[in-house]
Design a protein around this ligand. Structure first.
Ligand code: NI
Length: 390
């Protein structure tokens, strides 16, 4: 696999950066230490740094030659609010915080590409290195776009990667069209009438009503969406009550909704409200539904995906570039960048021999450092291809 030689030379340095980020995870919009380190490294390589986008986000600007073309490369920096169960030396030093999605690796990968490109400058135009906060539900990518990311730092196209523990190291999924789902949240409050648990007939039990609502909602995916389309409704929280002998007057349910098509998203939003409200009404309770559209689907642009595949093939070999794969029902806020600029999001394999196969968001997940030079080589090859000299 032709990793760029110069990048292979500093692979161990990239590993050290990555493991340091892993040991010091920071939640969305709180990535101050990470952001400081990224900024210091970019500046030390002569890259112009702009800070304070979406609080802790930053953009590095590297110009060369006189060409007017520009490209954006994006990495995310935040961790997850969960406890790490790994015992290795670089495990999280912060209780209840863990880099369980590999954003530590994405940040180190983009830094590696930046170091190489600043040193070699084998391109003509402008590279924008976009380091965003708060991908895990906070919408840091959306905030950066709303704060004028692409007005201040114009990009002809924008590209990102995510590590993929289900795909072997050295392969990549570079697929046009919808690759990740819309990710929404739903909050349902059931209001009944509280009372003594021994006198349920004079109360209206929101726990029972909530249970009916939970089950009724499962019919939406099973019976209301096209079997050839995909949707997910997972109610993940159900809170009510404070004592064994008291019927509470309120129950709260919440969960996540994933869809691929806009019409399915509209249907789920409308039908969740209808089913919850009418099921509650059947029991003389009231349901209040708040549907929060979090992230749109991530839709890769056709032409830019072909360009990304071309660059990936230079690093991985044509046979290791997967150009057709079903979408994943996970979500990504890179989707907001792809709504503003053409581009592509690549799922890069990281499953090696006994390494990198633990799924993301798992307490024993770790980013496979062998992916660092692969990802950095891809980014570098993409820049040299898109901003060709002469
Ligand atoms: Ni992630």
């Amino acid at each position: 696999m032709p990793i760029i030689n110069r990048i292979a030379d500093f692979a161990s340095e990239m590993t050290a950066w990555r493991q340091d980020f892993h040991a010091h995870p920071e939640l969305g919009f709180q990535e101050r230490r990470t952001s400081d380190i990224v900024a210091a490294k970019l500046e030390s390589w002569g890259i112009e740094v702009h800070r304070g986008l979406a609080t802790t986000g930053l953009v590095g600007v590297l110009r060369n030659g006189s060409g007017g073309r520009s490209i954006g490369l994006r990495a995310d920096m935040d961790c997850l609010p969960m406890e790490e169960q790994n015992g290795f030396a670089h495990r999280s030093t912060v209780p209840g915080r863990m880099h369980a999605c590999g954003h530590d690796g994405h940040t180190a990968t983009l830094l590696g590409a930046a170091k190489y490109l600043a040193e070699t400058k084998n391109f003509d135009g402008t590279v924008h290195f976009i380091f965003q906060p708060a991908e895990e539900g906070g919408g840091g990518g959306r905030v950066m776009v709303e704060e004028g990311l692409f007005d201040r730092f114009p990009c002809d196209a924008v590209y990102g990667i995510h590590n993929d523990p289900t795909t072997p190291l050295g392969e990549a999924k570079v697929v046009p069209g919808t690759i990740l789902a819309a990710s929404d949240r739903v909050f349902i409050t059931i209001r009944g009438v509280g009372g003594h648990a021994a006198r349920p007939h004079v109360a209206i039990d929101p726990v029972l009503v909530g249970a009916h609502v939970l089950v009724a909602l499962q019919a939406l995916v099973a019976r209301r969406t096209d079997p050839l389309d995909s949707a997910v409704l997972s109610i993940t929280q159900f809170h009510a009550g404070s004592a064994n002998n008291v019927i509470p007057d309120e129950a709260k349910l919440s969960g996540t909704v994933r869809t691929l098509l806009p019409e399915t998203r509209d249907l789920m939003e409308a039908q969740i409200a209808r089913v919850a409200e009418s099921t509650a009404a059947a029991h003389e309770a009231v349901a209040e539904v708040v549907y929060d559209r979090l992230y749109p689907p991530t839709v890769n642009h056709e032409a830019e995906t072909a360009r990304a595949a071309l660059a990936a093939a230079k690093v991985l070999g044509e046979s290791r570039v997967i150009r057709d794969a079903p979408p994943i029902m996970g979500g990504e806020d890179f989707s907001f960048m792809l709504l503003k600029r053409p581009g592509a999001f690549v799922m890069m394999g990281q499953k090696g021999a006994g390494k990198g196969g633990v799924p993301v968001h798992h307490p024993r997940y770790d980013f496979n450092d062998e992916m660092l030079p692969v990802g950095a080589s891809y980014f570098a090859a993409l820049v040299e291809q898109e901003l060709t000299r002469g």
